[in-house]
Design a protein around this ligand. Structure first.
Ligand code: J2J
Length: 541
């Protein structure tokens, strides 16, 4: 069986990362085996009214892996998975890792277009989804997928009424007919999702070695241990709550993950009180809701010790409120699914915690801050962030043209962030050069939405830019050159939704414009549009 191809680290780097002890040749599923021998009966996951022990997590995932192996699905195969914040997301993840099947874990907010885009890239043999998602409420989309992907021969659906499709049944004991094993540790374990800035969402191949290192190092920095009770309030498949240190960090050291369906205080605060949660991860827009709700709920959240905030820039004013309002420490996290994760440290000064987005977690992370020409900027000045290291990818999955721009000749990844690297090694994020909107931590690739808008018969041109927003940090605004001056935002949103675009990517505002402004080099002048949008001119709502 052939393995998933990916851009490997040059051997000299791989050798260095192995010698440093970062890459240990262990599969991601090893952490479960270790926990079962150390503390099989400890609770790993709390989900609704259910408590799942390490032994149960391990056996359920083994049963699923075994059933898949019995069907001949295994090493080198890929899976498209879409599950919400539920225990099964982790059970399925470990099952696929154990069986050597590389999954893409789509976010629950993803819709037809995103799933199609992932499926056409990875060509999955297996689909794992939930009847609770509107896409899978009937069989239409699953059928459409299997028409597009003839290799797709196994569908498993959480809560399906038919026993043979029902995920719950696939987790029951079965006799092994064939053996199965994870892919070698230096190979692709699964795909992360890129926030992206291009027309089609890119996939990020992560190996066991590199991902496990990022989790292990994160655990050390964030001091997770078996007392950790981590609230997973963000979408569980996202890189932040999965690996920084996230749920995998918790599982590595035998703590407990408490799942919340959403990051709002109304869902989270009772869970914190009930399960004495001591750590969680939030995006700034969720933190701001917590800060508003906290004064009347201080006793409910009294067990909190640490709140990690990342995914989008945290305003200093909000950062300073955390200890007083939530009664716990703040940690800023500046990470990316492609790799590099920066943390403020638990013993850092207030100045660093409030004013910076932390420093790289690994001594082997390499960071360059460069100008437009790619030359390093003078120390302390603002430039574009570039990075390489033991857990930062060397290329997106099957994207040679995009990779030629996204990585330089030395393998440094261009994150598209504008940063200042301070003398003490800490980074301050000051902006972005990638064509992306960061809507409360959810990333929207401008080009993807623009292309879809231009597929509308009455739209000649479209440009999507960010607008500042108090609650979300940023929202999106689409400038439209239309043949129909009366074309309504509701009609355009309906059109995009009809194409199957995820709701969070639907423009928050539409503005008609006679012609898109151009720069001297013939590109759409988005800086001008952003300024104009912020001034709220010619709004049509
Ligand atoms: C400003 N911008 C930030 C921050 C991410 C941990 C934490 C976050 C992510 C994540 C992650 C930011 N301040 N503190 O994967 O493991 C923006 C940057 C970055 C992009 C990456 C993790 N933290 N960002 O957010 O892949 O623009 O990962 O390049 O979703 O989010 O987005 P994503």
């Amino acid at each position: 069986m052939s393995l998933v191809p990916f851009a490997r680290w040059p051997e000299a780097f791989a050798e260095r990362y192995r010698r440093a002890g970062h890459w240990r040749g262990e599969p991601l599923s090893q952490m479960l085996a270790d926990r079962v021998s150390a503390q099989a009966d400890a609770i790993a996951i709390v989900c609704g009214g259910r408590e799942i022990s390490y032994a149960e997590l391990d056996t359920a995932s083994t049963h699923f892996a075994r059933r898949l192996a019995n069907r001949g699905v295994g090493q080198g195969d890929r899976a498209l998975v879409q599950l919400g914040n539920q225990a099964e997301l982790y059970i399925v993840f470990f099952a696929l890792i154990k069986a050597g099947i590389a999954p893409v874990n789509a976010l629950f907010s993803h819709n037809r277009l995103e799933l199609m885009a992932y499926a056409s890239q990875i060509r999955p043999r297996l689909l794992v989804a939930s009847r609770a998602h509107s896409l899978f409420a009937d069989d239409e989309f699953a059928e459409e997928l299997s028409e597009l992907i003839p290799e797709l021969d196994t569908a498993v659906l959480h809560d399906d009424p038919q026993p043979e499709l029902r995920l719950q049944r696939w987790l029951e004991p079965v006799t092994a007919e064939r053996s199965f094993s994870p892919t070698p540790a230096g190979e692709v374990a699964f795909f992360q999702l890129s926030g992206g800035s291009t027309g089609t969402p890119k996939l990020i191949p992560r190996t066991h070695d590199d991902y496990l290192y990022s989790v292990r190092r994160s655990v050390e920095i964030c001091e997770f241990d078996h007392h950790t009770r981590y609230l997973c309030a963000l979408p569980a498949a996202h890189n932040f709550p999965l690996s920084s240190p996230g749920a995998l960090g918790v599982f590595l050291v035998g703590g407990r993950v408490v799942l919340s369906s959403d990051p709002g205080p109304a869902s989270c605060f009772p869970l914190i009180a009930q399960h004495r949660v001591n750590v969680t991860a939030l995006v700034p827009s969720a933190l701001s809701l917590w800060l508003q709700a906290a004064p009347t709920h201080r006793t409910e959240i009294a067990s909190l010790e640490l709140v990690q905030v990342g995914g989008a820039k945290l305003p200093e004013s909000q950062a300073r409120c955390v200890p007083q309002m939530l009664g716990c420490r703040l940690q800023q996290v500046f990470g990316m699914a492609e790799g590099l994760v920066n943390y403020t440290r638990l013993d850092d000064s207030d100045e660093r915690v409030y004013l910076t987005q932390g420093r790289p977690m690994s001594p082997d992370d390499e960071v360059k801050v460069v100008d437009r020409a790619g030359k390093p900027v003078p120390a302390g000045e603002v430039g574009a962030l570039m990075t390489r290291g033991p857990y930062t990818i060397r290329g997106y999955f099957q994207s040679p043209e995009h990779n030629a721009n996204a990585f330089d000749a030395e393998g440094f990844y261009r994150s598209g962030d504008l940063v200042r690297l301070r003398e003490d090694g800490y980074l301050v994020v000051v902006g972005r050069i990638k064509d992306q909107i960061n809507r409360g931590g959810e990333k929207i690739a401008a080009e993807e939405v623009e292309n879809l808008l231009m597929a509308h018969p009455a739209v000649a041109q479209a440009a999507l830019v960010s607008i500042p927003d108090d609650a979300m940090g940023e929202k999106s605004c689409a400038y439209i050159v239309s043949f129909d001056a009366h074309l309504k935002s509701t009609a355009l949103r309906k059109f995009l939704r009809g194409l199957g675009l995820a709701d969070y990517k639907l423009p928050d505002r539409f503005v008609h414009i006679d012609a898109l402004p151009m720069t001297a080099v013939g590109k759409v002048d988005k800086n001008y549009l952003r300024r104009r949008a912020a001034e709220q001119l010619t709004v049509t709502e």
